[in-house]
Design a protein around this ligand. Structure first.
Ligand code: RM4
Ligand code: NI
Length: 278
């Protein structure tokens, strides 16, 4: 597996934060890093395979990657993201105790992926722009300023996260998308779902389209197909079982949608996997 080294990304020994925009993020092979990375998704959709598990990314997704985590991107053609790299939570000149602001395991669940609202995204962009300016000198004041910006960013990302009440703009949609990520296999009635998250059907359509570029049904299909693609390559369940497990009632319909999305049929993907394993 590829290991990425801070040496290639941090402009100087003094710099504790580096910004790496990927607009778009191309498919990228599995790797880990000797640094930490916060991934902020601005637009588009893609699949994030994080420690072997698939997560669907779209505008507003945030992911926290430690130096011990491995990840890759698939089906990421139109995914625009910004990577905020830092060496380690305890490798800053002026900041300490940062662990308290980072995702932590609670009740056996590690919340490494979450979503922020559009309002928070705007503030995030503003901070990232300032962090993008090169560090002019290693003078303590300049280093401290950048570290303060980074700390502000952490507080903001945390505030915008799912822990926050759903009242904020886009917050309800974010809760809905997080719910879908877990419950994609259920039969979905958009009206009932909108009601469950206190949204009107129109707002659900509009906001989801804004964040992902897709209609709700296309988004759901892509989510299900992404999960199915992963299972075809990483499980031994049959195509029909996978179709069913991912919420497709009919495996022919599943194969048609799959081929339309990936140009390969589910069977082709499975055969290619098996050929590679031989
Ligand atoms: C890659 C990809 C990786 C990131 C590096 C810096 O394009 O986004 O996840 O670690 O850039
Ligand atoms: Ni990475």
């Amino acid at each position: 597996m590829t290991k990425l080294h801070g040496f290639d990304f941090f402009p100087s020994g003094q710099a504790s934060v580096a910004i790496e925009p990927r607009k778009p993020q191309i498919e990228f092979p599995e790797h880990d890093h000797d640094f930490y990375e916060i991934v902020i998704v601005e637009q588009g959709t893609g699949t994030h395979i994080f420690n072997g598990q698939p997560y669907t990314l779209s505008g507003g997704s945030v992911c926290f990657v430690r130096d011990s985590d491995r990840h890759l991107y698939e089906h990421a053609g139109n995914l625009h993201l910004t990577n905020v790299l830092f060496r380690s939570p305890d490798d800053f000149c002026f900041l300490s105790g940062l662990e308290k602001l980072l995702p932590r395991e609670q009740d056996g669940h590690y919340p490494c992926h979450w979503r922020i609202s559009q309002g928070v995204m705007q503030q995030v962009r503003y901070l990232v722009e300032q962090l993008e300016a090169p560090l002019e000198s290693s003078e303590p004041g300049a280093v401290a300023l950048r570290e303060i910006l980074f700390m502000q960013l952490l507080v903001l990302l945390r505030k915008g996260g799912l822990a926050e009440g759903p009242e904020e703009d886009g917050g309800r949609l974010n809760h809905l998308l997080a719910w879908l990520e877990e419950n994609f296999a259920e039969a979905i009635c958009w009206e009932a779902l909108a009601e469950r998250f206190s949204l009107s059907l129109r707002t659900l359509h509009r906001q989801l389209k804004q964040q992902t570029g897709l209609t709700p049904q296309r988004y759901l299909n892509r989510l299900r197909l992404g999960k199915a693609h992963h299972l075809l390559r990483h499980s031994d369940a049959s195509v029909t079982e996978i179709a069913f497990q991912c919420g497709f009632g009919d495996s022919n319909h599943f194969s048609t949608l799959f081929r339309r999305e990936y140009a390969w049929s589910p069977r082709d993907v499975r055969l290619r996997r098996d050929a590679r394993l031989q």
